[in-house]
Design a binder for this molecule. Sequence first.
Ligand SMILES: Cc1cc2nc3c(=O)[nH]c(=O)nc-3n(C[C@H](O)[C@H](O)[C@H](O)COP(=O)(O)OP(=O)(O)OC[C@H]3O[C@@H](n4cnc5c(N)ncnc54)[C@H](O)[C@@H]3O)c2cc1C
Ligand code: FES
Length: 270
Amino acid sequence: MQRNSDVPKIITIEKVIDETPTVRTLVFSDEVLSTVLPGQFAMVWIPGINELPMSVMVFPEKGKAAFTVRKHGMASTELYSIKVGEQIGVRGPYGNSFTIKQGKLLLVGGGTGLVPLIRLLTFLKKTDDVTLLIGSKTKNEVFFEKIANQILEHNKHQVIVVTEDSSYGKAGLVTQIMEDLVFKTKFDAVYTCGPEKMMYKVVQLASSKDTHVEASIERMMKCGMGICGSCCFGEVLACRDGTIFDGKYLLSNKEFGYTHRNKAGILENY
Ligand SMILES: Cc1cc2nc3c(=O)[nH]c(=O)nc-3n(C[C@H](O)[C@H](O)[C@H](O)COP(=O)(O)OP(=O)(O)OC[C@H]3O[C@@H](n4cnc5c(N)ncnc54)[C@H](O)[C@@H]3O)c2cc1C
Ligand code: FES
């Protein structure tokens, strides 16, 4: 059965925020997308170019939502280059959402994988003790540190930036810092979104401590609603059954961390 949210609607970009030299946030008004659950995504139509899955970013004004896009190939570069007043199509939301746990929570994100984690922060209780690890190659590519601290201002929290070239925050890989943290602290839940090799290590580390862990999986998506099969991830469909899966399932799926399908549907190694 078709839902209203499956019908593409046209939205107008109202504000463009430069986050880094290659990442921009595009703000627009939409009652439905402004209230999506943490981890849900929309299909974004760039007229004449392509349609891409995008996580829905929070914006601190009622009725507004955003996409945070990194310029990469043709479609994302067109989306990144869009100007205030220009229009795109959106449909959704699609996908499941992170399970909201309470207590000591660890969130590990890299790049635009931070988008669903920042939305998750807005769903947490003020009594939660939250640690957010932000991984980046270098200082110029760090974003969302300020907004994360703002959302968490009434929580006990720490936002730790980790850069691979040691130009800002802690030096190394975000998973090395996580290894130290989980050695010292027993977390109640771990959430992750970002490069799959990073998420694989995060899931392994959390599972080795018997900690509940969830990761958001990215696969090639065309329909976004369980019809075309382009997002298959082992026996499941990332768009319909995920994109969020728990650690127990992920470690049983032989594709996780190793292979994904390219645009032609052919399995490729990471
Ligand atoms: C659920 C989900 C949420 C996402 N959220 C964001 C986000 O918030 N911000 C952001 O910048 N990017 C996000 N992406 C990635 C984004 O959809 C594109 O993959 C990326 O922008 C590159 O697209 P491109 O066509 O410019 O690059 P291309 O150079 O054409 O493709 C490069 C690679 O991008 C991937 N890709 C391209 N098209 C798709 C597609 N339709 N579906 C999935 N992967 C594709 C493939 O791995 C491809 O090999 C998300 C992807 C998924 C699945
Ligand atoms: S994108 Fe078509 S089935 Fe998932």
